[in-house]
Design a protein around this ligand. Structure first.
Ligand code: 5RP
Length: 293
């Protein structure tokens, strides 16, 4: 007997693009985020973008640049899937307006540079939440006509209450309290679900203790950003905790390119994300690569 669903009814370009970004064995991804300059200017570690990225590309499942970064600092013969930063219009020169982000890259431009997907920052809970969520829905609607992958980022903007989750410390530099941690789960769970309800194919958010709740409440798969640079051991620990809690990978920047040994770091992150290594094993691997180089 035959079942109609044994026949492949339709090939999906979007699924094929997801397959380019995710390892078929692990079902996970290590994306390198290097789009920070769109609002930070020239952050440490990205001053010479080409020099920073070239040694890391062989270890990336995908790379997330800005359109300007791509045009000036990547080679046309690169084979790493591109996830293009598609919103901006803000900058650290107006830190209180960081949430006032708009669409800055069209779907046509994404196709022109052969991107497989794009990222949109959405500032849930801040003044510009509706315009940033609309950027996500408008771009996703248009991009899905061509099977491009939509990644919604739960950005935290300038809001002091929210940014402490990303920094992992209070504004005064103090440790996060138990209430802070509860608030982090509540916010990231809420914001991730909102973006997934608005149609993002993948959600990029930040790791927090109790991340299982964020994953469980989200309708779409989650990758984590790394947030501000942490000590190598700590960064490997939260990467491992995030994967154990259900994240399908990372779209990490500063904790790789600002690490003292970025090539060793991205390989240690891969060991956790793809080979299920423990933070301890990954740190030993990091030290081994570092000492060899
Ligand atoms: C910048 C971004 C970054 O892509 C995202 O934060 C990941 O980078 P990092 O790991 O450095 O946080 O959205 O606005």
């Amino acid at each position: 007997m035959r079942n109609v669903f044994d026949y492949q009814i339709e090939y999906s370009g979007l699924q094929n693009r997801m397959a380019q970004m995710f390892d078929p064995k692990s079902g996970h991804t290590v994306m390198l985020a290097v789009d920070h300059g769109y609002f930070q200017g020239a952050p440490a570690g990205l001053i010479n973008l080409r020099e920073t990225v070239e040694p890391l590309l062989p270890y990336c499942d995908a790379v997330s640049p800005t359109i300007g970064g791509l045009k000036t600092s990547f080679n046309s013969n690169m084979r790493t899937p591109i996830i293009l930063r598609a919103t901006g219009g803000n900058s650290m020169r107006m830190p209180d307006e960081l949430d006032d982000e708009i669409i800055t890259v069209s779907v046509e431009e994404m196709l022109r540079v052969n991107a497989v997907g794009f990222t949109v920052s959405c500032y849930v809970g801040l003044d510009c939440q509706s315009q940033t969520i609309q950027s996500l829905t408008d771009l996703t609607d248009e991009a899905h006509k061509y099977g491009l992958v939509s990644i919604g980022i739960t950005a935290v903007g300038a809001d002091p209450v929210l940014t402490k989750f990303v920094k992992g410390e209070r504004e005064d530099g103090g440790e996060l309290t138990a209430d802070d941690k509860k608030e982090a789960i509540k916010y990231l769970k809420h914001a991730s679900r909102v973006l997934s309800e608005n149609g993002a194919d993948i959600i990029k958010t930040y790791y927090c203790d109790g991340f299982e709740e964020v994953v469980e409440a989200c309708l779409a798969p989650i990758v984590i950003a790394g947030g501000t640079k942490r000590p190598t051991k700590e960064a490997l620990e939260f990467t491992s905790n995030a994967i154990k809690a259900g994240a399908v990978g990372v779209d990490m920047g500063r904790n790789i390119f600002q690490n003292e040994h970025p090539v060793a770091m991205i390989q240690a992150v891969r060991a956790i994300v793809h080979d299920n290594k423990s933070p301890k094993e990954a740190l030993e691997f990091y030290e081994e690569i570092k000492n060899k180089s």
